[in-house]
Design a protein around this ligand. Sequence first.
Ligand code: NAD
Ligand code: TYD
Length: 358
Amino acid sequence: MILVTGGAGFIGSNFVLDWLAQTGEPVVNLDKLTYAGNLGNLKSIRNDERHHFVKGDICDTAQVTALLTIHQPRAIVHFAAESHVDRSIHSPGSFITTNVNGTFSLLEAARAYWSGLGAASRDAFRFLHVSTDEVYGSLGADDAPFSENTPYAPNSPYSASKAGADHLVRAYHHTYGLPTLTTNCSNNYGPYHFPEKLIPLMITNAFAGKSLPIYGDGQQVRDWLYVGDHCTAIRRVLDDGRPGATYNIGGWNEKANLDVVHILCDMLDELASREDNKSYRTQIAYVTDRPGHDRRYAIDARKIERELGWKPAETFGSGIRKTVQWYLENQQWVRDIQSGDYLKWLDQNYSGRERVSA
Ligand code: NAD
Ligand code: TYD
């Protein structure tokens, strides 16, 4: 079996569902259930004996050690993190606690467990750390995309905390020989995406008749990766990645934010038009920019293709259509998470930012 951390969040829950469907191998899922963790994402496997959910904190080394001792996993896949850049600007402390200290605690527990395994199990064990392209900083319009050799230059408290975690993982391989794997992926999108992030926020605000807030001039560029493709890539890395190596995972889909929002509006106009037949584009509103906003991210994903034969199956067009359809069919899921806390966040992040033009 494998131990997954953060498996009630967006990517983690997609991974657990995909893992059970594709491999059938049991999973222990350790998640603190912060505002971003949602057992509703795992409803379809609530009676599945192959899935063992544990509410807990990766910072709690004793709890992690007990789980490792009891379940004897052959791998740890580490998703648990504070993941939203805007929240890291408002309150960075929890990002350091979970992303840096939590990864350190987890590595310590993993090292102790791994050291005690027999030779064959030690050789086979893997610690896969899921990270982000944001650790590489911001690109100019004509710069080459991030490769695995691009120097780290994180710009937000979020990306700095992920960079710290990446360095610890690297050090545990070099110093102790722990068989680690690190993946740095671009912006994911797809089902179960918490609606504080760009794509689900725009879809859910559009339905609710709210404004669609574009930071700054909307010309910041991100690479977009469909979450199902990300899950496939992680499985490939876990199976055949070289211990100690890092792999960049991207969708080959660079898009400016404003273009993403236009595509979403046009798709919503087609699939769920407004009662007044006006385009959802009329709801777009420019707001003051995010402090320190990175201008462009782009991923060179040739290494994982060359070494492990992985490349994304979805285009942006096919992935975004699946995503919009999922949100149309799962409006109750959205209503269930739009709690008091979520509304408080919207107020904290967006009030007073609206501007008249770009
Ligand atoms: P998410 O915020 O949706 O989910 C994070 C999960 O971790 C939640 O279920 C939360 O309850 C859990 N968690 C938080 N702190 C914890 C702790 N101390 N102990 C145990 N569980 C804890 O995040 P996501 O978007 O699914 O991202 C998963 C991973 O992928 C993160 O490490 C993130 O940095 C990385 N990543 C995400 C993206 C993206 O586009 N979403 C892109 C690149 C990398
Ligand atoms: P986000 O989904 O927060 O991911 P990240 O900052 O990790 O890339 O944001 C994606 C892009 O969309 C980023 O450039 C910020 C921008 N953005 C907006 O323009 N408006 C919004 O309301 C949000 C949440 C993001």
